[in-house]
Design a protein around this ligand. Structure first.
Ligand code: NAD
Length: 435
């Protein structure tokens, strides 16, 4: 099948490459010429495990190409995916300007009927808006399908090739057949392709992200209460996670959710509800608990060092909003670093993959170093903010030697309090007693 993917970010590049991997001819389009130029040279603009080799393989096989020319890509394709960003607008809603601009670009280029697939996360009713935008500029027939994406950054290839489920929203029989054909190779193990109307498909994506964000805020609230009551959230997680009705996933206490999806999607769903005259009470609580949680590390820092941090230096391990990605959009590390700097502290930080992004977000306000141990040199404490695997079993003797004070504040609960105590560290974590 000939496919165009409009928007070559985390979702578009992964989707396009995986469709090429199963033998389709894919043209990935982006408005950013630097990105396209870089991809043409085989240099990926993002870090996603396994993606680079798959891109190179498919480019070499002639199944995957990159362009800034939407018109050409549309004319040469049967199915066109929209995978552009839907960032948060000032009023909390999803900004649809990129999606609708892409829709108009597609419409203007159409020289015959096309299937246009919305893969961006968009509010309920957007498929109708996309169809209307296209029909305004073309006479040719168009079917707009909603096909929300559930991949996780850091595991995107696997999630796309082996999805838990695929959601296809359309009432058009022909378009449904084409989509089932396209996704067939990814569900050979029997995972379901769920066909529904476009509105239910659009809502499914928001409901999924809002529920996952709710789980995170819930366990964080439990963690904070555990600390006050002398309970251990890790034990509580095991206790509730083994209940089949609850399950163990998304129940790790931490420093709040971030990233390019949960914050904006929870906000957009709340906005959609308000615009429909409904007050979605839980979502406000989820957001407010998350904002509170981003401040918990600073509270712990103040417990140890007081509120004036002038003259203090903090080593930070982990800047990306989660491991195995370089994405720093809405990363809790940004809020924490800002809080430290405002209190007069200096920050020296390390991340295995997000250093380039960190430079973009933080400029010269923090010192970025190439080794996680170097960050500890003469620092007053080590703050662990992302649970990268390379941080999980470090050399604690070296850390103890390099730090000015043996203080570790662990926002991801990756170390054992008993071990930290035995090594002579003052150790604070989330939802567990400080030692
Ligand atoms: N990142 C994730 O983990 C994830 C997961 C599931 C769903 N989503 C959703 O998928 C969508 C895309 O997310 P992302 O993280 O890949 O975004 P991104 O910001 O990484 O990429 C979007 C790309 O679209 C390009 N673009 C914008 N307007 C364009 C146009 N008119 N024509 C061509 N290219 C254009 C941008 O230059 C950019 O490269 C969003 O709606 C997001 O909510 C993201």
């Amino acid at each position: 099948m000939k496919i165009a993917v409009i928007g070559t970010g985390y979702v578009g590049l992964v989707a396009g490459t995986c469709f090429a991997e199963t033998g389709n001819g894919v043209i990935c389009v982006d408005v950013n010429p630097t990105k396209v130029e870089s991809l043409r040279k085989g240099v990926l603009p993002i870090y996603e495990p396994g993606l680079e080799e798959m891109v190179l393989r498919n480019v070499q096989a002639g199944r995957l190409s990159f362009t800034t020319d939407t018109g050409d890509a549309v004319r040469r394709s049967q199915v066109i995916f929209i995978a552009v960003g839907t960032p948060q607008d000032e009023d909390g809603s999803a900004d649809l300007s990129y999606v609708l601009a892409a829709a108009r670009d597609i419409g203007r280029a159409m020289d015959g009927p096309r299937i246009v697939v919305d893969k961006s996360t968009v509010p309920v009713g957007t498929a109708d808006k996309v169809a209307a935008a296209i029909r305004e500029v073309t006479e040719h027939a168009v079917v707009v399908v909603s096909n929300p994406e559930f991949l996780k950054e850091g595991n995107a290839i696997d999630d796309f090739l082996k999805p838990d489920r695929v959601v296809i929203g359309t009432d058009d029989e022909e378009a449904r057949k084409v989509m089932l054909d396209l996704y067939g190779p990814f569900v050979r193990t029997g995972k379901p392709i769920l066909c529904m109307d476009t509105r239910s498909a659009e809502m499914t994506k928001y409901a999924a992200n809002a529920l996952l964000a709710t789980k995170i805020s819930f366990i964080n609230e439990i963690a904070n209460l555990c600390e006050l009551l002398g309970a251990d959230v890790a034990k509580v997680r095991e206790g509730i996670g083994s209940d089949a009705r609850i399950g163990p996933h998304f129940l790790f206490a931490g420093i709040g959710y971030g990233g390019s999806c949960f914050p904006k999607d929870v906000s957009a769903l709340g906005r959609t509800a308000r615009d429909s005259g409904y007050e979605f009470r839980i979502l406000d609580a989820v957001q407010s608990a998350n904002e509170h949680q981003k401040g918990v590390i600073l509270q712990k820092v103040e417990t140890v060092f007081g509120s004036d941090l002038t003259g203090k230096t903090f080593a930070i391990w982990g800047l990306a909003f989660k491991p195995k990605t370089d994405d720093m959009r809405e990363a809790p590390s940004l809020t924490i670093i800002k809080g430290l700097l405002q209190r007069g502290a200096k920050v020296v930080a390390h991340d295995p993959e997000a250093m380039k992004e960190a430079r973009r977000y933080l400029g010269d306000s923090v010192r970025l170093v190439d080794s996680n141990y170097e960050a500890c040199t003469d620092a007053d404490a080590l703050l662990v903010l992302t649970e990268w695997s390379t941080y999980q079993r470090p050399d604690f003797d070296t850390i103890a030697r390099l730090l000015k004070n043996r203080v570790i504040i662990d926002g991801r609960n990756i170390y054992s309090p008993e071990r930290m105590k035995a090594q002579g560290f003052t150790y604070h974590s989330i939802g567990r007693a400080a030692v």
